[in-house]
Design a protein around this ligand. Structure first.
Ligand code: SAH
Length: 359
């Protein structure tokens, strides 16, 4: 009670009448200001609300566009809509890439873990799978420092130079994918020696450039389906439509898929020329044969268990390894020649599947 009295005592005296009026006025102004403020902040809130609504609308548009993969019709082409549509197309692109990536990984695993006849039937019945697989495969290749197809190309060109044979080098590309190797080899041109002499004589004629140039390669490319590519012959590569003893270079570039790799090797043995003529070139992902991929020494030793086993099976399938290049961190490049033995019919070989990680 005493405290209350003391407090009451401390209260300032009431303002004189004039001051009271001023106080009233300033209170009114404050009220007005507050009213204005409130009105302003209400307007702001309204605007915010509107923006939120708009944003929500944008988001649902994006979602709709993403899910239906189609653009919503837009009445006005305002800047905002443009930004929104570019956002949504980026979103859609990312979504499609994810979908393509997971489809690729699914197909990839299936190709590695099923018999080639199963894969052949599936892809023949659904040829669109080939495109789906290769859309993902192309993305994968882009992330590699080296494309083994390019290494393969260089080694086949070097082989052709060594041979100095007048006839074309006949190449069979098993599991050719989009036939990039064939495209590159077939674009190579050489000028025949007789044409070179003729050219010397006709030096004055500047138009006579490479009329007698020719491609030193004949390439047969095989894959499960052709996808409309005239360079590709669709088949299961365990049985290719080529004559026995006709091929100079047989290639498997990342193509030893399926659980019956031994069948592919037997088929390569059948079509390759006898004697020193034929060479089998294999490029494979190191992790399929090795427990680690860090050993980068380039020698002829066989390395860890998986690779030893592979080379042993290759022997029984009629091939000796003549070159093992481990200089690439991701891939092994191997050359084989026929060792004179007939391939064993009993030999079986399945390498570890190459499972690509989600990036
Ligand atoms: N050699 C190509 C493609 C590698 S991807 C490159 O290096 O770019 C492996 C390819 O082998 C795929 O195109 C797949 O369709 C093909 N393939 C897998 N099993 C096959 C089989 N049994 N017969 C034919 N092609 C096969």
């Amino acid at each position: 009670m005493r405290k209350l009295l003391a407090l009451q005592k401390k209260e300032p005296p009431p303002p004189p009448p004039q001051k009271k009026q001023q106080q009233q006025k300033s209170d009114e102004t404050k009220n007005q200001e507050n009213k204005n403020k409130n009105q302003h902040s209400n307007e702001n809130n309204k605007k915010k609300q509107q923006k939120h609504e708009n944003d929500k609308e944008d988001d649902s548009k994006q979602l709709l566009q993403t899910l239906s993969f189609s653009s919503l019709p837009s009445a006005a082409s305002s800047k905002k809509e443009k930004t929104s549509s570019s956002k949504s197309s980026a979103l859609r692109k990312a979504f499609m890439e994810r979908l393509a990536g997971s489809r690729f990984r699914e197909l990839n695993e299936e190709l590695y873990t099923t018999h080639s006849s199963t894969a052949y039937h599936k892809f023949t019945e659904q040829p669109e799978l080939f495109q789906q697989y290769h859309d993902g495969f192309k993305q994968q290749v882009l992330s590699w420092p080296t494309n083994p197809v390019d290494v393969m190309l260089r080694s086949i060109v070097a082989y052709q130079k060594q041979q100095q044979q007048k006839k074309k080098i006949i190449v069979a590309d098993f599991g050719c994918g989009e036939a990039k190797l064939a495209e590159k080899l077939l674009s190579i041109r050489e000028v025949s020696s007789s044409a070179k002499q003729k050219k010397k004589k006709k030096q004055h004629n500047k138009n006579d450039t490479d009329s007698s140039s020719y491609c030193p390669f004949e390439v047969h490319s095989f894959d499960l389906v052709s996808g409309g590519n005239p360079l590709i012959t669709p088949c299961d590569m365990s049985s290719v439509p080529l004559e026995t003893n006709t091929v100079d270079v047989a290639v498997f570039c990342l193509a030893l898929m399926g659980t019956n790799i031994d069948d592919f090797i037997r088929e390569a043995h059948r079509v390759l020329k006898k004697g020193n003529g034929g060479i089998l070139k294999i490029a494979e992902v190191r992790s399929r044969f090795e427990s680690t991929t860090t050993d980068s020494s380039a020698d002829n030793s066989s390395g860890s268990g998986g690779l030893d086993e592979f080379l042993q099976v290759m022997k029984t399938l009629g091939f000796d390894c003549t070159r093992m290049n481990r200089s690439n961190k991701m891939f092994l490049m191997m050359d084989f020649v026929k060792n004179g033995d007939e391939p064993s019919k009993q030999a079986r070989f399945t390498a570890k599947p190459c499972i690509y990680k989600r990036r």
